[in-house]
Each structure stands twice: as structure tokens, then as C-alpha cells.
Design a binder for this molecule. Structure first.
Ligand code: PLP
Length: 465
């Protein structure tokens, strides 16, 4: 191991963790008989656990976050320098890195204009939802409060974000949810039979899937619908890219019915799919873009809700109305560590040509996964964009019946035995998380990519023969 922990330090850390830490997204019973994994150190693509075991991290910190890799001294230094000079001030006051990062970010987002700082993807989405509601009251006499979200998409863990949550499994036991969030169908070609569109493919399917959104708008009444919130490439719902034909029609529908388009770039933002933002592959112009994970690659907590000048204009001074501003605050939106880290993170992505590397390495990984699909009948579909890829495991390629989640989890564990951390997702059907997911840092080399897919190959052979 790289670190300098003694055995004593480590046993104290593990007992403190077991006694007091409530881990995310897991049951804790297993920790009675085995230790939680504690990641002690990271460098580049690799991390080391408490036992000194080296892992190749193919999921950028479990949830698609550490886009520029671990151990970046220049980001740590940017945070140190900034916080020593000025760590925090909130409310109406601005900050030097806040202004400079906003300028740099908007430069990468033609058509967008204003950056609202907060702390998490959920919070950024909540900000946009609140704006949609406020616009409904200001501009539409209290109508147009409805927010459409898509089956299989995820927008966060807070209650309003969950109200826009299309992943059935995550929402179970947390209702009732906020009113006026309305679900529209997914756009997943592999499971188009669920939409009754099995006779269509490619762009024709994409167009028909987008038209299903229009059907919901017409059913609800366009005068009641304020916004449509979508992931550019669905992440936790199974790594789903919409087919050609989908996005231009989505944009057209939003324009036709005067509906704001909110793109949730919490996962895709800052390079994950090979462009700065996922939506930029599809030639669309959103009204809101939210982002979090890759903004500072996890070196500091930062999220942004970005809006157009047209949206901002609606909240501009109106001397006759003292309530005419966005009456919202985020305490830690005043931290300077986030934008300082984000500025340096962006410089690294640019100077090291990581968008190009993401595209090239994504193509390599996709080719490797296609080859695995030829070899392993259990892989029903491989899909994704850039370094954001998934392989869906099915017990029967004709019926597309998902494998049992326990089997997918065994593949993850077996890949771990070969030193590679991969993920599994697809939280739509309880107990059927069956899509292996891969999102290595954008610095991945060809050797890293091959090491990941070799481990997956071996793991699939062990579990399925
Ligand atoms: N939106 C998407 C697409 C996500 O995948 C996530 C988290 O995984 C969120 C929003 C919520 O982000 P956070 O966990 O930072 O609140």
C-alpha cells in the first residue's frame, strides 16, 4: 500500500467505522462478520484499501465522479490556496473563483448564461424545480406547475427529486411524494416491446418514443405542464442513450407547448460522454442544465444549476414587485473550495485533451464489450456513450428476461477478485439490477480499458461458464 497507516491505526479506523458510520445504500448486517471496505489512498485510476490491496477503479469513485482521476496535487493546491485566502461567504456576496468558474463554464455552454451554486445533484435539480414552480406563478397565473420526468431516470435523493424519480426500486417505501410530477415513458430501444413499439427501430423508434411524451402532455393539458426533466444518457436506470430522432423531436415538443427543457447532467457533465455535456451530442438547447459529480471530480462538493438569460430575465428587478427574485439560498453554495477545484478540474480536462481521450477509450471499451457479447450469451445488450457504458445481463436473449440481481452482484465480486471495481445498476425493477456499468476516469489508457474488460470476461466465465 502507498499509505503510512500502521495496523493499529487501521484497526481503530475500522472499529470506529463499524460503530458509528451509517453507509450509503447498503444493509449493515454483513459488517457484523466482515469489515467494510475502506479506501485509504488513490492515485490516477487506482485505489488502495485498508488491506493494501490495489484496485483499478472502473467506476470513478463508485458513482461516476472522479473524472480526472485521484491524487491531483494541482486541484488540492488550488483548494488550499483559495481557502487560506478566503474560504466562505454566502448570500448575495460573490467570490473570485465563483465568478471565474461561471465564466469558463458558460463559455462551454453556448446559449446558457447564469450559474447558481449549490452542493449536490439533488439540490441543483430542486433549484430548477423551484424555478419552474415560481415561473408558473409569475407568468402563468399558477398554471404550468407540472414537471414531467421519465421512467428509469433518476434526479436525486431528496423528496422532490424523488418525486421526479423514474426508478421504482428507489422510491419504494418513501411516498407520498410531491404533487404535480408526472411520469413519461422511457426511450430504451432494447426494451421497446414494453412501449408497444417493437415494430420500429433506429430513428423511427426514437421519434415514436418522443411522441409518447407528447401523448402525456396532451392528456395532462399543455397549459398545466411547465417543464420536462431528462437525463441526456440515463445513468442508474441502466445506461441508456436515446436513439437518433428522439432529441430533435423532444426539443420541438417543448417549443410547441411552451415547456421548459431541463437536462440533468449530474452524471454526464464535464466530459463523461466525450463532450463537455451529454446534451451537446444531440444539437438541442436546454433552458436549465444541472450538474454535480464531475464538476470538481469529487475534490470538493459543488453543484451548479445553469439557466438561460431568458429564464434569468423572468427573475429580474421589478420595482412594483418586491418578491420578484429567486428566494432561495444554499449555505454551502458560498464555499470557494468548490469553484476553485472546478476551475482546476476544467483546466486539466482541456490541457490533457481528456474529451478526446474519453471518446477514443470509450470506443475501445465498446469494441471490447461487443466482443464479450459475442462470447457470453448472458450479455443481451451493450450500450452507452464515451466512457459511460453498460452491459445488460439476461437469462434469455429472446425474452430479454433479466438475470437475477444476485448473479450480477457475483460478477461484480468476481471482477473484484481480479482487482477491478465495476458497478451494477438498473433500478427500475426491484431485485433485477442486471446492468454492469463502467465509467472509468477520463484519463484511462488502452491498457486500463483492456484490464477492465479482461476482468469482466473472467468474471462472466466464472459465474455463467
Ligand atoms: N441526477 C442524476 C442523473 C444522478 O445520477 C444523481 C446521483 O447519482 C443525482 C441527480 C443526485 O445527485 P446527488 O447524489 O449529488 O444529490
Amino acid at each position: 500500500m502507498h499509505g503510512t497507516f500502521t495496523d493499529n491505526d487501521l484497526s481503530h479506523v475500522i472499529s470506529a467505522d463499524k460503530a458509528h458510520v451509517w453507509h450509503h445504500l447498503v444493509q449493515h448486517k454483513p459488517f457484523e462478520t466482515s469489515d467494510p471496505r475502506i479506501i485509504v489512498e488513490g492515485k490516477g485510476m487506482r485505489v488502495w484499501d485498508q488491506n493494501g490491496k490495489e484496485w483499478l477503479d472502473a467506476v470513478s469513485g463508485a458513482v461516476w465522479t472522479v473524472n480526472v482521476g485521484y491524487g491531483r496535487e494541482s486541484i488540492a493546491k488550488a483548494v488550499y490556496d483559495q481557502t487560506m485566502k478566503m474560504c466562505y461567504f454566502a448570500q448575495a456576496a460573490g467570490s473570485v473563483p465563483g465568478a471565474l468558474f461561471a465564466e469558463k463554464l458558460i463559455d462551454k455552454m453556448p446559449g446558457m448564461s447564469r450559474v447558481y451554486y449549490c452542493n449536490s445533484g439533488s439540490e441543483a435539480n430542486e433549484k430548477a424545480f423551484k424555478m419552474v414552480r415560481q415561473i408558473a406563478h409569475k407568468k402563468y397565473g399558477g398554471k404550468k406547475t407540472k414537471i414531467l420526468y421519465r421512467d428509469r431516470d433518476y434526479h436525486g435523493s431528496t423528496l422532490a427529486a424523488m418525486s421526479a424519480g423514474g426508478q421504482e426500486e428507489r422510491n419504494m417505501q418513501y411516498g407520498p411524494f410531491a404533487p404535480d410530477f408526472v411520469k413519461v415513458p422511457h426511450c430504451m430501444e432494447y426494451r421497446k416491446h414494453e412501449l408497444g413499439l417493437e415494430h420500429l427501430s433506429g430513428a423511427a423508434f426514437g421519434l415514436a418514443a418522443a411522441n409518447l411524451i407528447e401523448e402525456v402532455i396532451l392528456r395532462e393539458g399543455p397549459e398545466t405542464v411547465g417543464a420536462l426533466c431528462l437525463e441526456p444518457v440515463t445513468a442508474g436506470g441502466g445506461v441508456i442513450e436515446a436513439p437518433e430522432g428522439y432529441w430533435p423531436r423532444v426539443q420541438e415538443i417543448c417549443k410547441q407547448y411552451d415547456i421548459l427543457l431541463h437536462i440533468d447532467e449530474v452524471v454526464c457533465g464535464l466530459g463523461r460522454t466525450g463532450t463537455w455535456f451529454g446534451y451537446q451530442h444531440y444539437g438541442i438547447q436546454p433552458d436549465f442544465v444541472t450538474m454535480a459529480k464531475g464538476v470538481a471530480s469529487g475534490y470538493a462538493a459543488i453543484a451548479c444549476m445553469v439557466a438561460t438569460e431568458e429564464v434569468f430575465d423572468l427573475f429580474k428587478d421589478d420595482p412594483s414587485d418586491k418578491m420578484n427574485y429567486f428566494r432561495d439560498i444554499s449555505t454551502f453554495g458560498g464555499c470557494t473550495a468548490g469553484p476553485a477545484a472546478a476551475l482546476e478540474n476544467m483546466r486539466i480536462i482541456e490541457d490533457e485533451n481528456l474529451l478526446d481521450n474519453c471518446t477514443a477509450m470509450g470506443a475501445r471499451m465498446m469494441a471490447n464489450l461487443e466482443a464479450l457479447k459475442e462470447k457470453h450469451a448472458v450479455i443481451g445488450d451493450v450500450r452507452g456513450k464515451g466512457l459511460f457504458l453498460g452491459a445488460e445481463l439476461v437469462s434469455d436473449r429472446d425474452t430479454k428476461e433479466p438475470v437475477d440481481e444476485a448473479l450480477a452482484q457475483r460478477v461484480v465480486a468476481e471482477a473484484g477478485n481480479h482487482g477491478v471495481i465495476i458497478g451494477v445498476t438498473n433500478r427500475s425493477v426491484p431485485g433485477r439490477n442486471n446492468t454492469l456499468c463502467f465509467s472509468p476516469a477520463l484519463i484511462a489508457t488502452a491498457a486500463d480499458i483492456d484490464q477492465i474488460t479482461d476482468a469482466v470476461d473472467k468474471a462472466l466465465t466464472t459465474v455463467f461458464g
